[in-house]
Design a protein around this ligand. Structure first.
Ligand SMILES: [Zn+2]
Length: 402
């Protein structure tokens, strides 16, 4: 905090800390994969394409047999083969819901049987004859196994219990939260009536929030800066986008004549009031760079993708802000009309739900005194940690249930 200003690229970039909890195998909330924005779009596509049926489906065409197994996208599985009789074995940690214990076959499949196997579960795919090495792929309908007739000698070579195919290792990382301590380095931000620099308050608050979030074990936390350095606004957004952050929270304590208390801002092209517009103008002036880099796909696809992402991102940002207002209200004084909207550059990522929190105003002597106190910053951080945990809980639970 007391370090002198240094430029970007001095090696003091983002600070990341993993939580003390390692993700389980989908056994609890903590193990839930972070779907990310791109994952969400894939999921939307899958839902639009129609959910798979309850049990395995066999189809036959041109001498080949296709087995479609409705499994959750991230479900682990392993496929092997065995002889006498020729069969394929699909091992899974749990019995899939709604699959019949026995099911008649079709084409190259005599029948399907479900077995308990140790602490896990096995689907035996009994075959009418030896098959060539099965081709597997995972689609929105689940796991698809394509079977074609093959020589007995070839089948004998693969039927030795080794793995023929397995689910890609699921992403078990916890969702990533990017915290953005406003200003830094050559940009001190607002200066309080007693000389407090905004950049020091925002960093101290972000570090405390990071500590509390990591103690909670529900997310990973990345700071856009962990020291007194200048980071352009565009670079802060890019960091969150590149790392597919679940959310981006920018922390500030600006100056605004007469204003007092905490407030929360989400992006809007038009500000809700002149006060918010002026605040956004001042923040944006800290850096004029804020252009978005869009994926290199045809313009019409880009338009649809962006529209979907923006819609989802906007609703996420609004929810984040609502939670923040509710949580902050229990801990610290609030600015009237606490949730406001304005065109902050730092909130413009089209694919990362973002909010900006003005923790108070350094231009107000009472706020300045409070923000300088460790216990007050702890209260702010507690409210924001609750906000983030609640947000991640609802968003990720909702996605996991689809
Ligand atoms: Zn600021």
């Amino acid at each position: 905090m007391g370090q002198s200003s240094t430029g970007p690229g001095d090696g003091s970039g983002p600070l990341e800390g993993a939580c003390g909890v390692t993700a389980g195998e989908g056994s609890s909330d903590l193990g839930r994969p972070d779907l990310g924005r791109r994952g969400l779009l894939t999921l939307m596509a899958a839902v639009l394409a129609g959910a798979a049926g309850a049990g395995p489906v066999l189809t036959v065409a041109r001498g080949r047999t296709r087995l479609t197994l409705p499994l959750a996208h991230a479900a682990p599985w392993r496929l092997s083969a065995a002889l006498d009789p020729p069969r394929l074995l699909l091992d899974m940690p749990q019995a899939p819901k709604g699959w019949p214990a026995r099911q008649a076959g079709k084409g190259l499949v005599t029948r399907l049987e479900q077995h308990r196997r140790g602490s896990g579960h096995r689907l035996a795919i009994l075959l009418t004859r030896p098959v060539a090495l099965p081709v597997t792929r995972v689609s929105s309908h689940g796991l698809i196994i394509e079977l074609a007739p093959g020589p007995a000698s070839g089948f004998a070579r693969i039927a030795d219990g080794r793995s023929l195919a397995a689910a890609a290792r699921p992403r078990t990382s916890l969702p990533l939260v990017v915290l953005d301590p406003g200003h830094g380095g050559k940009d001190p931000g607002a200066i309080g009536v007693r000389g407090t620099q905004e950049k020091r308050i925002t960093l101290a608050a972000a570090l405390e929030l990071k500590r509390q979030l990591e103690a909670g074990g529900r997310c990973r936390v990345l700071l856009t800066r962990s020291r007194d350095v200048f980071i352009p606004l565009g670079q802060r957004i890019e960091l969150a986008r590149q790392r597919e952050a679940a959310l981006f929270l920018s922390l500030h304590a600006d100056s605004a004549p007469g204003a007092r208390g905490a407030s929360v801002y989400t992006l809007s092209e038009t500000a809700t009031d002149r006060f918010s517009a002026a605040l956004a103008r001042r923040e944006n002036a800290a850096d004029q760079r804020g252009g978005l880099r869009l994926p290199s796909v045809p313009p019409e696809v880009q338009r649809i993708l962006l529209s979907l992402m923006r819609q989802e991102t906007r609703s996420g940002s609004e929810q984040l802000a609502r939670f923040a207002v509710a949580a902050l209200g229990g801990e610290v004084p609030l600015l009237p009309h606490t949730h406001r909207r304005a065109g902050f550059v730092v909130l413009k990522a089209p694919d990362v739900p973002s909010a900006l929190v003005e923790m108070g105003f350094l231009s107000h002597p009472a706020d300045e005194a409070a923000l300088n106190r460790v216990d007050h910053r702890k209260k702010l951080a507690k409210a924001l940690a609750e906000t983030i945990t609640a947000y991640l809980g609802t968003r990720h639970a909702a996605l996991a249930e689809l």
